[in-house]
Design a binder for this molecule. Structure first.
Ligand code: NAD
Ligand code: MG
Ligand code: MG
Ligand code: MG
Ligand code: MG
Length: 340
């Protein structure tokens, strides 16, 4: 059984007595910074010169500094820049300015697990990773609730890294819901696997194939979109509420019987073997290397893949059709349709 902790297991005064620098003000950065501030923590945001996020952070009443200045002032440095730029920011701006005895906090273990960041021995290295997007982390906190977090300690130079990690997790609201103890290795490998095999990669490909099969068979794209994309949310909501069992209980017997006989036919045992190969490439660092090598070469593969995804016919159908759903409000005001 996993080790769980809640608000009562953490001492908020630990993080409230520290100066915290949050590096990056994107999805996670804005949520961590604002939740920390509202929990009474002395927080500043570190951003690059000319960052578009600067005005937003200042508007929300946060102090903004360059990364170097924010790090110089801080006892706790939270690295929430994109994974692929963290190693540059760390080497150039964080490491040279890091105070002795400082703590580094990560929201994902990628750079530590794959060795792109190697902190000095004397530094505490912890992770507090919310299991949800940043906008939800902020929204839930404001509603008096929280998004569950997983917490890990990679390096415990002070002998007090766990106390600080739990205090931080409480301050961002995570322990209102609950925290689970993990390791950088477990978090990184399972996070990458989940998003690649099931949540992002698997689900996107499944939806695209479903749309292709129906439209190639002559069905209307609008009807296909409803069946294979729009309704997915309703199914996933039921799964989240009560597992796969509740989803099967809620759908018709026809749908439930079809689930049993056709699910394993579509997602055949071969798919499980493919998933194992994907996990293998995560564990042996091949995925991380491919991602970072492409970034180092200007991210051309990434840009091509993104453009290709955006050109899939399901996107054009969806753009038109969503105008019918006046009640669907974007959960992220930064997203611009077709901007990829
Ligand atoms: P993001 O892309 O939304 O935002 C990153 C921010 O970093 C930008 O807004 C910008 O302000 C800043 N930035 C970019 N380059 C910078 C630089 N050179 N120096 C300083 N700041 C810079 O990123 P994100 O999705 O919030 O991801 C941040 C971390 O959180 C990653 O480690 C990610 O894996 C992790 N994480 C994200 C989510 C999520 O919901 N997006 C969930 C769990 C964990
Ligand atoms: Mg994840
Ligand atoms: Mg991830
Ligand atoms: Mg149906
Ligand atoms: Mg039923």
């Amino acid at each position: 059984m996993a080790e769980l902790f809640y608000d009562d297991d953490a001492d908020l005064s630990i993080i409230a007595g520290r100066k915290v620098a949050v590096i990056g003000y994107g999805s996670q950065g804005h949520a961590h910074a604002l939740n920390l501030r509202d929990s009474g923590v002395d927080v500043r945001v570190g951003l690059r010169e000319g960052s578009a996020s600067r005005a937003k952070a200042e508007e929300q009443g946060l102090a903004v500094a360059t990364v170097a200045d924010a790090v110089r002032e801080a006892d706790v440095v939270v690295i929430l820049a994109p994974d692929q730029v963290q190693r540059h920011v760390y080497r150039d701006e964080i490491a040279p300015n890091l105070r002795e005895g400082a703590t580094l906090v990560f929201g994902h273990g990628f750079n530590i697990r794959f060795g792109y960041i190697k902190p000095e021995q004397g530094v505490d290295v912890v992770m507090v990773a919310p299991k949800g997007p940043g906008h939800l982390v902020r929204r839930e906190y404001e509603a008096g609730r929280g998004v569950p977090v997983i917490v890990a300690v990679e390096q415990d130079a002070s002998g007090k890294a766990w106390d600080l990690a739990k205090s931080y997790a409480r301050a961002i609201g995570g322990l209102r819901a609950g925290g689970i103890k993990t390791t950088f290795t477990e978090e990184t490998e399972t996070d990458l696997f989940g998003e690649q095999a099931v949540l992002c990669g698997g689900a996107s490909q499944l939806v695209q194939y479903g749309f292709e099969v129906l439209t190639e068979a002559g069905y209307q794209p609008e009807v296909a979109y409803f069946e294979v994309l729009h309704e997915l949310k309703l199914i996933v909501d039921l799964m989240v509420e009560g597992g796969i069992a509740k989803q099967r209980w809620s759908v018709s017997d026809t749908a439930e019987y079809g689930d049993y006989v056709s699910g394993p036919r579509v997602i055949s045992p071969e798919v499980k073997e493919n998933m194992k190969a994907v996990l293998g490439d995560i564990q042996n660092g091949a995925f991380a290397k491919r991602f970072i090598d492409d970034q180092d070469a200007g991210g051309t593969e990434f840009a091509e893949l993104r453009a290709k995804g955006e050109q899939h016919p399901i996107e054009a159908t969806g753009r038109e059709l969503r105008k019918m759903f006046s009640w669907i409000k974007p959960s992220d005001s930064d997203y611009v349709e077709g901007s990829a």
